[in-house]
Design a protein around this ligand. Structure first.
Ligand code: NAD
Ligand code: IPM
Ligand code: MN
Length: 368
């Protein structure tokens, strides 16, 4: 495991600022227990950056990010009733989207592991959710969220037309698919590739390229599934999935849906990487952030679930620093905390965010 960690920390907006504090407590403790030197630079992004600098992501922030070992993000987004300006360029319109594109972190790892200690609190029956361990590999830098042309044109005094383009090149699909099969080899050798090739040309190419790449991975079983059916299957029989690979938009939607299997969106972490490192090797520069957003409805109440952020710190230690066993110590500390019934409201408990984090920190020290 790498013994120095230069991190850019971007708390962002709303509960992003809250959960980041919890993530940093865990990171600080991790650096002491696992013996790595931590150096942190903090900056603003999105709403907070707009308020301070009139831009969602400064050039300086991108430069600092490119020179860091990793970027830790809380969450970005609208808070309260403030109105932020709109541009049809996604990189001008959203600080996080610019950072993802600038760092070319196309490998979006979004794992969901259902805790055995939460089975009675989940939206789904225990027998549906039990044992769920799925990783969504979401393409992060292409597709409809970035492709041109896009915009809103005025057709007449009373009519406008809003339009986007979905587009994927062979190169973009190939590089993601290869990661998907490599990832599957570290897990159960099973990939479900999601598309809408029945109605979308980009989906036809997606399926064709994934199939082609699969020929280099004969030991990995490949299944193609339409995105709408995948969503349904995740609700009725999630146990059939291990690695799901998908484009940017479907991956965004499916990863939130997995939040419902885990009990709350606040449970889920993510890592967005520029390449998939060899097992146990560090990868600079990835972005590590919970899957959830700024959650204006719960901001300021000390009830935000800090676990998605804390597990994102674990992903930084795993993929950013190459510390696999070390990252598992954090995951175990989360499980022990749940086993004691210490959990936030969204997953059926009554503990504050602070209480949950305090317990996780304590459990980490027992391991150390
Ligand atoms: P959201 O993820 O902020 O919230 C959706 C629901 O999940 C809300 O009910 C919220 O209370 C709940 N929730 C989210 N995180 C939680 C946590 N840690 N603990 C407990 N409950 C939690 O999504 P939204 O309301 O659709 O979007 C709000 C803003 O966030 C928007 O501006 C959106 O663009 C932005 N957003 C940002 C990110 C990101 O930074 N990666 C992700 C999603 C949405
Ligand atoms: C996510 C978010 C982002 C996305 C938004 C905030 C741009 O929903 O990280 O899942 O759409 O990717
Ligand atoms: Mn999302």
């Amino acid at each position: 495991m790498k013994k120095t960690a230069n991190l850019l920390v971007l708390p962002g907006d709303g509960i992003g600022k809250e959960v980041m504090l919890h993530g940093l407590h865990v990171l600080d403790k991790a650096s002491k227990i696992f013996g790595f030197e931590l150096s942190i630079e903090e900056d603003v992004i999105h709403g907070e950056a707009w308020k301070k600098f009139g831009t969602f992501c400064r050039d300086q922030t991108v430069i600092t990010a490119k020179n860091a070992d990793g970027v830790l993000v809380g969450a970005v987004g609208q808070i309260s009733d403030e109105t932020l300006p709109h541009s049809s360029n996604p990189e001008e319109n959203d600080g996080l989207m610019r950072l993802r594109k600038e760092l070319d972190v196309f490998v979006g790892l979004r794992p969901t592991v259902v805790s055995p200690h939460l089975l009675d609190e989940l939206p789904y029956r225990a027998e549906i959710s039990k044992g769920v361990d799925i990783i969504v590999l979401r393409e992060m830098c292409g597709g409809v969220m970035f492709a041109e042309p896009r915009g809103i044109e005025v057709l007449s005094d009373v009519q406008k037309r809003g339009y986007d383009t979905t587009s994927y090149t062979t190169y973009e699909v190939e590089r993601l698919a290869k990661v998907g099969f490599d990832l599957a080899r570290r897990r159960k050798n099973h990939v479900v590739s999601v598309d809408k090739s029945n109605v979308m040309e980009s989906g036809v190419l997606w399926r064709e390229v994934v199939k082609q790449i699969s020929e280099d991975f004969p030991d990995v079983e490949l299944e193609h599934m339409y995105a709408d059916n995948c969503s349904y299957q995740l609700a009725v029989n999630p146990g059939q999935f291990d690695v799901i690979i998908s484009d940017n938009l479907f991956g965004d939607i499916i990863s939130d849906q997995l939040g419902s299997l885990a009990g709350s969106l606040g449970m889920l972490p993510s890592a967005s990487l520029p390449f998939f490192p060899k097992h146990g090797h560090p990868c600079s520069v990835g972005i590590f952030e919970p899957v959830h957003g700024s959650a204006p409805d719960i901001y300021g109440k000390n009830i935000a679930n800090p676990v998605g952020m804390i597990l994102s710190v674990a992903l930084f230690i795993e993929y950013g620093l190459g510390g696999i066993e070390e990252s598992n110590i954090i995951r175990k500390a989360v499980e022990k905390t749940f086993s004691k019934g210490i959990k936030t409201i969204d997953i059926g408990g009554n503990a504050s965010s602070e209480k949950v984090t305090a317990s996780i920190l304590e459990e980490m020290s027992f391991e150390g």
